[in-house]
Design a protein around this ligand. Structure first.
Ligand code: SAM
Ligand code: SF4
Length: 331
């Protein structure tokens, strides 16, 4: 067993790249599969008989070894991470290693796991792009609004901190921005409006992508808003409507990228280390994990991280910016 040392000077710097960013936040795509088929995403369709690329042993070893190199926060995502077998064991393990543990989910299966998630104090982001039952089916392909909404209400009843992710698409759900902000009136919830990003096969274009500045303009016309302080590596710019209990933010990954303060690394659902959402090469870590070769794992990770380019994996923004689907990369 390799010792976990989360805060030592050495391990923090082991994940430092050539632009002096210390990459201590790891996002792991547990599976490329999803039970939804959101318009802006391209998941592989989930079939119960399909194997996930990584098994639980791979995932736990990955977490343990990455933590030993200095990772301080892990977010489990996908595809739909709640489809991963033994997901509670994965979350429990991550928490037991002393790192901040988070999950991003479409919320459909949350009802099964809500007690475990609250017990472990996992940070939860739920993706919800509409408050309209019919539109929910149109966007996600699944008649699941009521089930997701019920879980959100259960969290709110317990005053559990919750973030909602809303991908804003022109002509699809931009008419609901104010309804989402209204949720923050009485609920201590954090709503994040995300710009629609290009990924393989999602037919991205500026005609659908609503900029963060446009979203803020709409909100300002309805409410007086105050800017809040953001954490140093935050990708979100946070605001509050004066007097409201909750908060909201815009995530401007397309119009104003925040690469210069990025502290993220990613593991794809196939076990590749990626330095960025737009890195479509990556480096395969599974051979080292499956042969229990920590020394080569460590050298490979260190060398790859040091090369992390300053912006968008060194590429220009365009609809073919990556050959991966969002679900393989872990959004
Ligand atoms: N299935 C889970 C979910 O939907 O929360 C986790 C995976 S999903 C890929 C992670 C996040 O990426 C979600 O909040 C989703 O809305 C966002 N996302 C997916 N495709 C996107 C795109 N093209 N542009 C911006 N955000 C996107
Ligand atoms: Fe599935 Fe999440 Fe992609 Fe929607 S955004 S299809 S829920 S992985």
């Amino acid at each position: 067993m390799h010792k976990t040392k989360t805060n030592s000077f050495f391990s923090k710097h082991y994940l430092c790249d050539k632009h002096n960013r210390v990459n201590t936040y790891l996002r792991i795509s547990l599976t490329p599969y999803c039970n939804f088929n959101c318009l802006y995403c391209k998941p592989l369709k989930y079939r119960p008989y399909r194997n996930h690329n990584m098994n639980i042993k791979d995932v736990l070893t990955l977490c343990r070894w990455m933590i030993s190199l200095g990772v301080e926060k892990i977010r489990f995502t996908g595809g739909e991470p709640l489809l991963f077998p033994n997901i509670v064991n994965v979350l429990e393990f991550s928490v037991s290693q002393g790192v901040e543990t988070a999950i991003t989910t479409n919320g459909f299966f949350l009802y099964k796991y809500i007690n475990d998630i609250m017990r472990l104090r996992i940070k939860v982001n739920i993706s919800l792009d509409t408050l309209d039952r019919k539109k929910f089916k149109k966007i996600s392909g699944v008649n699941g609004f009521d089930r997701v909404w019920e879980s959100i209400n259960r969290f709110m009843d317990q005053d559990y901190p919750l973030k909602l992710n809303v991908v804003v698409m022109k002509g699809i759900n931009d008419d609901e921005i104010i309804n989402f902000v209204n949720l923050t009136r009485d609920w201590k919830i954090h709503v994040r409006f995300i710009e629609f990003m290009p990924f393989n096969g999602n037919r991205w274009g500026w005609n659908y992508c609503m900029k963060g500045s446009e979203i803020l303009d709409i909100i300002r016309k309805h409410f007086p808003i105050e800017k809040l302080n953001d954490e140093p590596h935050s990708v979100a710019r946070s605001y509050r409507v004066s007097g409201f209990a909750g908060t909201f933010a815009v995530i401007t990954s397309v119009s104003e990228p925040f690469c210069h303060t990025c502290n993220r690394l990613r593991i794809s659902s196939t076990g590749k280390l990626l330095y960025c959402l737009f890195d479509d090469v990556g480096i395969d870590l599974l051979p080292f994990i499956r042969t229990n070769d920590f020394e080569r794992f460590k050298r490979t990770v260190g060398a790859y991280v040091r090369r992390k380019p300053l912006m968008r994996a060194g590429k220009e923004l365009n609809p073919e910016i990556t050959s991966f689907a969002m679900t393989e990369l872990g959004g």
